[in-house]
Write a protein that binds this ligand. Structure first.
Ligand code: FHN
Length: 484
């Protein structure tokens, strides 16, 4: 009996082993898979890669209730408040919400002021909610009545945002939720021929709106998709693939992340062959990778809220609110792993950016003014991670951003490039030199160095030391290309 079970286990192991190894090597034939090989190398995508810091704005009808109504507070994310139900929800809540647009009149809205603030924070791109899950359009779409044109405000907010941000040199990306609670044809799943017919009308509507956005705002660099997780949409591989091709043909260079469409088998973000869908990985929401292995060589961005999980305006932030230095650390960590970091702002129903967000933007901006060289155009440095902070790199310059200053003032650095020595070290802020000690002498690994922070140097903020390296023996360009 015992022998028999050993034999069965062995056989099973053999079969499974074979199956798994087949899975590794066999390519699944996909009509609507990723269609990409390697990273995009065009100038627009290269510009995206160099942004470092971005701003997200969630603004819409949900900004009026701001997380509560009639003295009651909603427990979820403020921008989801329309889905408030149960005994705590105000009477007739859906009806109230669906009529809120009639009061949307953001008299304090000043797109130029927002853009100026974003520029001063150091943002190089903004992602703006043209339409969130509730379906309300911040532009005068001709395919629905549920738009800004039918509010007391009337003016095209998307246009105001695009113009103002472009004027100060910030690239604009249009956030678009495919899921649309306001459209009669929207379904979470398609279970009957009636659902199918309804959803066909929704698909037509979605296509119309997307083409409308791309033609109305031709300077927008890309689309940031959301609300694409429901079964109904995941089943639309062919339609979404064709639409993506159509949009890319209409607007060559357009940047679209990994959230737009699923493959033939409903696989999202990466297709069934493990190839990323879209131009960059959009899965890092309120979450950061920990190592370069975690990002699988993809371009990526992380979108982050300042409070816990609130994107739209919530008048009562609860729980832990990130400090400017929490956010700066996340920014530096993102760039150290070759990603962009995007901080969310949720203006109120009148168009004001709240005081807490304004002062965070100011502190980040002050830090960026001194240290942006360690962010813009920088990427992962092939260096062993150290506890004092993060490495970023541009050419032969390594930037050491120090968040945890060691008690002995020595920043350990282990240079990975064989035979390459550091030539000089200095503070980024004032260019004052910093000593480099060879810490690897008489040891097997002679590439260890201590960068010694002068004891008298005091800083209550994270600071950057630049470490210049000798020219590499290997060609830097060849290395970068190999990673694509
Ligand atoms: O449900 C939304 C949420 O409200 C917010 O817009 C975020 C931003 O990335 N996206 C969805 C959740 O993934």
């Amino acid at each position: 009996m015992k022998k028999r079970s050993i034999l069965i286990t062995l056989l099973l192991g053999l079969i499974c082993g074979q199956t798994f190894s087949q899975e590794k090597t066999t390519q699944i034939s996909l009509k609507h898979g990723s269609h990409r090989s390697g990273k995009r190398t065009d100038a627009t995508m290269q510009r995206w890669r160099e942004y470092g810091l971005g701003q997200f704005i969630h603004w819409g009808i949900y900004s009026i209730p701001g997380g509560g109504w009639d003295g009651k507070t909603y427990g979820g994310a403020a921008e989801w408040i329309r889905s408030w139900s149960g005994k705590d929800a105000p009477n007739d809540w859906r009806k109230t919400y669906d009529n809120l647009y009639k009061q949307f009149n953001p008299v304090d809205f000043n797109a130029n002021k927002w853009a100026e603030q974003a520029k001063n924070m150091g943002a190089k791109y903004v992602i703006f909610t043209t339409k969130h899950h509730d379906g309300f359009c911040m532009w005068p779409s001709k395919y629905t009545e549920y738009t800004i044109a039918n509010t007391p405000y009337k003016k095209d907010i998307v246009k105001e945002v695009v113009d103002a941000y472009n004027k100060v040199g910030i690239d604009v990306y249009l956030y678009f939720s495919v899921m649309d609670w306001s459209h009669q044809g929207w379904r979470y799943d398609i279970k009957s021929p009636e659902d199918s017919i309804a959803f066909e009308s929704f698909k037509k509507f979605t296509r119309n709106q997307l083409l409308e956005l791309l033609t109305s705002y031709p300077s927008a660099k890309g689309l940031w998709f959301d609300g694409t997780w429901d079964k109904s949409w995941v089943k639309q591989a062919e339609f979404a693939d064709e639409l993506e091709t159509e949009m890319r043909t209409l607007r060559p260079g357009l940047i679209i992340g990994s959230r737009f469409r699923a493959d033939d088998f409903g696989k999202r973000h990466v297709d069934s062959n493990g190839v990323m869908m879209g131009d960059y990985e959009q899965g890092w929401e309120r979450n950061l990778p920990n190592s370069i292995e975690d990002v699988h060589g993809h371009d990526w961005d992380c979108v982050m809220t300042i409070p816990d999980n609130q994107w739209g305006y919530n008048s009562h932030w609860k729980g832990y609110v990130k400090t400017p230095y929490n956010l700066i650390e996340m920014l530096v960590k993102s760039v150290s792993l070759s990603g962009n970091f995007v901080i969310n702002f949720g203006p109120d129903g009148k168009g004001n950016i709240r005081q807490e967000e304004t002062s965070i933007a100011k502190e980040i901006g002050d830090w960026m003014k001194t240290n942006n060289e360690a962010i813009y155009g920088c990427s992962h440095a092939d260096m062993k991670k150290q506890d004092w902070g993060y490495f970023t790199q541009k050419g032969r310059k390594l930037y050491l951003t120090v968040f945890n200053r060691p008690i002995n003032n020595c920043l350990n650095v282990e240079i990975s490039e064989k035979g390459v020595k550091p030539t000089k070290a200095y503070f980024l802020a004032n260019k004052l030199p910093v000593a480099i000690q060879d810490a690897g002498k008489n040891k097997q690994n002679n590439n260890l160095y201590n960068i010694v922070i002068p004891a008298k140097y005091i800083s209550d903020k994270p600071f950057v030391i630049v470490l210049e390296l000798e020219e590499s023996q290997t060609n830097e360009k060849a290395y970068q290309q190999a990673r694509t």
